[in-house]
Design a protein around this ligand. Structure first.
Ligand code: F6P
Length: 524
């Protein structure tokens, strides 16, 4: 019997049981099905899994060689096989004493060298010593997209209680509205731009960077160059843009864009919260890396997160997943996770170029609680599809004077997972079918003491490692993203048709028709 057949047999058995019964039958279910790492608790007892099904999942993990693949990634083997690269975002948060070799070179000293340069520059900006036009910097604008935006933006928002530096803004969209709205309230003399792009060729980023450059040049003239710094792996391009090397912070091809916030891509975060806070954030991820590297599979939080995801996606056939942070400052966490998970594992081809036999990354969506409760939770509770949920909640908020509100937040979070699990029988609903809840809807819950830099680092690294483990199980390469290229390529051709006003040259009737209509509408 294959691992998947075995797991399906467990699902046939368990789906007949209600989760209410599973809890009644096993009073120590919560203890058996929750794990702890430092200040973080991961509860997966509100799923259908039982000990036998978990053993079958562990057997699958062993069969695909999770432990060997984990060592391969952490030691710098070139596991990004389609691009011939190592995958070493873990080196970005490594202990300075350790050594990780790529192509015969220890990468750790370079990592810490860049971190030191970032710290020096951040301190100079934060203290007011660095004055691009003779005035203290009050606002930072990070221009980047995808991993060069979502990670630092999410982290800057999440850690805003720790921010005591200049205000930080993020511009990503090629839609001129984004940069226009952002610059509207800013003073060019006191604004510093970070142009963040691994490749320094991305259309959106380079277009916005050029807009920013003329905005600054128009107002501060010859000092304009002082208002820019760059984060990239492409130093020729940063120089060509006119950014001096001493304000350019590099990283390496073994850092994937969606895994890059730990590198110099985190510069806006470091300027906001200071180098010590950023080190705390890195140290959290390092703790998660150690846990991932050392904990036995059964006690390994990211491994269990991944296996639960495989259970829901491939065995129960649930096609979506909701990320529900009951933490308003994590409102960008679902968007960050969308890129991490869907750009990594939203694939149908194995590493060897074969068609994958199974479904891969689920569709991920989410909103912070309690807002989501008043938007899409109706479907979570009574909709036709079952949506496995991840809840996130802090035991303590950052507003002690509003602790009564935090109690309400906790109560809502815990009650929602309880309602999804228990449901409400027709009888309990007074025989009103509209008030019946099927229940048996699975969720996992993370509880952490407080959303501080270290905790955030741990949580993010857990989701990164979950993504990696699922990639191993599905046999995809989670570190390339060829799926984003066709649209980009076609976009260049379409842009030319718009510029030349030649819609008839488009390759199909729909594209021709749309372009014709748009070109006409632009004239009126
Ligand atoms: O969306 C494709 C992508 O390559 C992402 O993987 C990446 O994070 C983003 O574009 C931005 O790329 P860059 O940092 O090179 O501008």
């Amino acid at each position: 019997m294959s691992c998947y057949d075995d797991l399906s047999a467990h699902w046939s058995r368990l789906r007949k049981q209600s989760m209410r019964n599973l809890f009644e039958q096993n009073p120590s279910r919560f203890n058996a099905m929750s794990l702890q790492c430092k200040d973080i608790l991961f509860d997966f007892s509100k799923t259908h899994l039982d000990g036998d099904a978990i053993s079958a999942l562990i057997a699958l993990a062993e069969k695909v060689g999770i432990e060997e693949q984990r060592v391969a990634m952490l030691s710098g083997e070139k596991i990004n096989v389609t691009e011939g690269r190592a995958v070493l975002h873990t080196a970005l948060r490594s202990d300075p004493e350790c050594s990780i070799t790529v192509d015969g070179k220890d990468v750790v000293p370079d990592v810490h060298d860049v971190l030191s340069r970032m710290a020096e520059f951040s301190d100079a900006v934060r203290s007011g010593e660095y004055q691009p036009s003779g005035k203290v910097v009050t606002d930072i604008v990070n221009i980047g997209i995808g991993g060069s935006d979502l990670g630092p933006k999410m982290v800057a928002d999440a850690l805003s209680p720790y921010s005591d530096g200049p205000r930080v803004h993020f511009v990503s969209n090629v839609d001129g509205a984004d940069i226009s709205d952002t610059l509207a309230g800013l003073d060019p003399e006191t604004t510093l731009f970070i142009i963040a792009s691994k490749t320094f060729t991305t259309q959106e980023t380079m277009t916005n960077a050029a807009t920013a450059k003329s905005w600054v040049q128009d107002q501060v003239g010859e000092n304009a160059g002082n208002h820019f710094c760059a984060v990239s792996t492409n130093l020729d391009a940063t120089r060509a843009f006119g950014i001096s090397d001493d304000r350019t912070f590099g990283f390496w091809d073994w850092v994937g864009g969606r895994y890059s916030v730990w590198s110099a891509i985190g510069l806006p975060v470091m300027i906001a919260i200071g180098p010590d806070g950023f080190q705390e954030f890195l140290s959290g991820a390092r703790l998660a890396d150690q846990h991932f590297a050392d904990a036995p599979l059964l006690e390994n939080i990211p491994v269990m997160m991944a296996l639960i995801g495989i259970w829901h996606r491939n065995i129960c056939d649930f096609s979506t997943m909701a990320l529900l942070p009951y933490d308003n400052r994590l409102s960008n966490f679902p968007r960050w996770l969308q890129q991490l998970d869907m750009e990594s594992n939203g694939k149908t081809t194995t590493k060897d170029g074969e068609r994958i036999a199974r479904k891969t990354s689920p569709i991920i969506f989410g909103e912070p609680g309690t807002n989501g409760q008043h938007a899409f939770y109706q479907l979570l509770h009574q909709g036709a599809d079952i949506v496995p949920c991840d809840f996130l909640i802090a035991a303590q908020g950052h507003e002690p004077e509003l602790d009564h509100q935090h109690r309400l937040l906790i109560a809502n979070c815990i009650a929602q997972s309880e309602a999804l699990m228990k449901g409400q029988t027709l009888e309990e609903a007074g025989n009103n079918p509209h008030r019946e809840f099927a229940g048996n809807r699975p969720s996992c819950t993370f509880v952490y003491r407080k959303l501080d830099p270290k905790t955030l680092g741990i949580l993010m690294a857990f989701y990164e490692h979950k993504t990696f483990v699922q990639g191993v199980i599905w046999d995809v390469n989670p570190f390339d993203q060829f799926g984003v290229e066709l649209g980009k390529h076609l976009g260049k051709g379409v842009e030319k048709l718009i510029e030349d006003e030649t819609p008839e040259k488009a390759g199909d009737a729909s594209t021709q028709g749309l372009l014709r209509y748009i070109l006409e509408s632009r004239k009126t």
